[in-house]
Design a protein around this ligand. Structure first.
Ligand code: ADP
Ligand code: MG
Length: 612
């Protein structure tokens, strides 16, 4: 078209499209799920706006919040249409081509190292999956604030935008037209599409219709002139024997009508007893756009009652997302979807959960929050504090249960096969959790003073006695020697390095257990975690280590006083506070110890690394 404006795709987007076009990925079905998910997002947006301004919905069909799928077998076009918010010309240019999202390059990288295309939606670039099945795509869109435009591209590095003067007006919303490749003709089969929608879009909260063709039997009045002689003679016979009947005949006719493909049900509103594990799992996949093979590690489905009523469904994902800690400090947005009386409000609500729990996915549906106020007003609502508090409680309970149900060592005696396989499935779950999200728990201990003790219970570590496995503080305490008052730990950059530390000599000799803390965050962690179950934490490389009474110590201190005084004098200009005789060592003659409130040697290293 001559009036079309041409644009080049942003370089990273172009790379992504090349990868998709040339992909040998066999599961091309996923494009439909991505398009329906976008349609659903767009419908959520307009429904949200309509809460404060009814006018935005328009009238007649335009006001219907639904998704329609249509096939044109001759032209080989598959169209998906929604009456969502639509896109202005500027939106089309930005959203579909010129602005790369943070996920774009991350996804390109993933794909280059053999990643799974199935996860495209998680990276915020799901739209481009259309090029798995189409070689030419048109996006017709009408936003309330602009005219109707057409975006089109053959994925050759460029796209074009034109004001739409030839298509039927959409009213509002978006229609994506896929000109299918020859290899993708299967998507012109109605049964195939029905099957896909059922499989992938079960939890979409808007009706999805397919323009489907049916052969039906219709009774039509028998036309005298058309009936054959044979029939006529038959009719005459029956007419004589029976009462007079209107003359009709049955013919086959094809008709088309909108067929509803999904039943719009909200899983979280159902009773937990009625929802199967498989349904929870599937719901998680669609909610999190995480279509990997793994099931969520755990979920919690509950109703909160009292002054603030809400239903919630929380999930621990099977894996941490690629950017979980990258944007940790400047991202307050939780991964929960907030609904008010079944209407989607936002999935970027600030402060529904504390930052350290941002790895959780889920939904919250509140009956108490007001519907007809702006997002900003809602953000200030006093009920949110209560909701947040309850969500944290439930989330930590859910995580605690993963640990409790994890049969680390168990006997198979007296167990049915079913019980055994159930245990097998849960085996090592908490180690898996810890591996993916342990850092979040540590950040929680640092940030959430109210729940510090609950979080400390979830803490895992290796120690001089953990035997290569993970241990908890409760286990540590159960192994403490009689008379031992403090919980001993040591910090460093690796377990291997720490094992050789002279600070451990005497402690191991005397059979004390010492925790290894080897993550940089552990140094900060231990500034906040002062005690647990009335036991103080003692860094064994710091001043203050007490290993029970040693009657000889006093004697030794006196006989070596001259030596230690001489030493102190000699090191006066070397930042040494004091020189002491102690009982902390066994083979090594002397060590440098940090003062009680000073930085440990490891902390010095971390701080140095940060300022370099
Ligand atoms: P994501 O959905 O994760 O944002 P996509 O690649 O699927 O990523 O879509 C990119 C953007 O294009 C969306 O964020 C949205 O702004 C816009 N978009 C896509 N499809 C539609 C649609 N049907 N209606 C309105 N906007 C859409
Ligand atoms: Mg999308």
């Amino acid at each position: 078209r001559s009036s079309a404006e041409k644009f080049e795709f942003q370089a990273e987007v172009s790379r992504l499209m090349d990868i998709i076009i040339n992909s040998l990925y066999s599961n091309k079905d996923i494009f439909l799920r991505e398009l329906i998910s976008n349609a659903s997002d767009a419908l959520d947006k307009i429904r949200f706006l309509s809460l404060t301004d009814k006018e935005v919905l328009g009238e007649g069909d335009t006001a219907k919040l639904e998704i329609q799928i249509k096939l044109d077998k001759e032209k080989k076009i598959l169209s998906i249409r929604d009456r969502g918010i639509g896109m202005t010309k500027e939106d089309l240019i930005k959203n579909l081509g010129t602005i790369a999202k943070s996920g774009t390059s991350a996804f390109v990288e993933k794909m280059q190292s053999g990643g799974d295309l199935n996860l495209i939606g998680q990276f915020g670039v799901g739209f481009y999956s259309v090029y798995l099945v189409a070689d030419y795509v048109e996006v017709v869109s009408k936003h309330n604030d602009d005219k109707q435009y057409v975006w089109e591209s053959k994925a050759d590095g460029a796209f074009a935008i034109s004001e739409d003067t030839w298509n039927e007006p959409l009213g509002r919303g978006t229609e994506i037209r896929l000109h299918l490749r020859d290899e993708a003709k299967e998507y012109l089969e109605e049964d195939k599409l029905k099957d896909l929608v059922k499989r992938y879009s079960e939890f979409i909260n808007f009706p999805i219709y397919l323009w489907s063709t049916k052969e039906v039997d219709v009774e039509v009045p028998a036309d005298e002139e058309e009936t054959s002689d044979e029939e006529e003679s038959k009719e005459e016979e029956t007419e004589e024997s029976e009462e007079k009947k209107p003359k009709t005949k049955t013919i086959k006719e094809t008709t088309s009508e909108w067929e509803l493909l999904n039943d719009v049900k909200a899983v979280w509103l159902r009773s937990p007893k009625e929802v199967t594990d498989e349904e929870y799992s599937k719901f998680y996949h669609s909610l999190a756009k995480d279509f990997g093979d793994d099931k969520p590690m755990a979920w919690s489905h509950f109703t909160a009652e009292g002054d603030v009523e809400f239903k919630a469904l929380l999930f621990v994902p099977p894996k941490a997302p690629h950017d979980l800690y990258e944007s940790y400090y400047n991202n307050n947005k939780s991964n929960l979807k907030l609904y008010v009386r079944r209407v989607f409000i936002s999935d970027e609500f600030d402060d529904l959960l504390p930052k350290y729990l941002n790895f959780l996915k889920g939904i919250v549906d509140s009956d108490t929050l007001p519907l007809n106020v702006s997002r900003e007003m809602l953000q200030q609502h006093s009920s949110l504090k209560t909701i947040k508090k309850k969500l944290i409680r439930k989330a930590l309970d859910m995580i605690r249960k993963i640990a409790e149900e994890d049969p680390d060592e168990y006997s198979n005696k007296d167990k049915t096969d079913e019980e055994k396989s159930e245990m097998e499935e849960k085996k090592g779950q908490y180690a898996k959790f810890w591996n993916e999200f342990g850092k979040s728990i540590k950040l929680g201990i640092i940030e959430d003073a109210t729940n510090r003790n609950r979080l400390a219970k979830l803490l895992r570590f290796e120690s001089t006695k953990s035997d290569g496995k993970l241990a908890s503080l409760d286990e540590y305490i159960s192994r403490m020697k009689s008379g031992q008052k403090d919980i001993f730990y040591i910090t460093g950059s690796s377990k291997e390095q720490l094992e050789k530390s002279p600070f451990l000599e005497r402690l191991t000799k005397k059979n004390y257990e010492v925790i290894y803390f080897t993550d940089p965050v552990d140094e900060y962690l231990m500034q906040y975690l002062m005690d647990y179950e009335d036991k103080k934490f003692q860094n064994v490389s710091k001043e203050g280590l007490k290993l029970g009474k040693d009657s000889k110590l006093k004697e030794l201190k006196e006989s070596f006083k001259e030596l230690s005084d001489w030493w102190k004098k000699a090191l006066e200009n070397e930042n040494v506070d004091s020189v002491k005789i102690s009982n902390r060592l066994h083979n090594t003659p002397c060590v440098v110890v940090t003062s009680k409130y000073g930085w440990s040697a490891n902390m010095e290293k971390i701080m140095q690394a940060q300022t370099l």
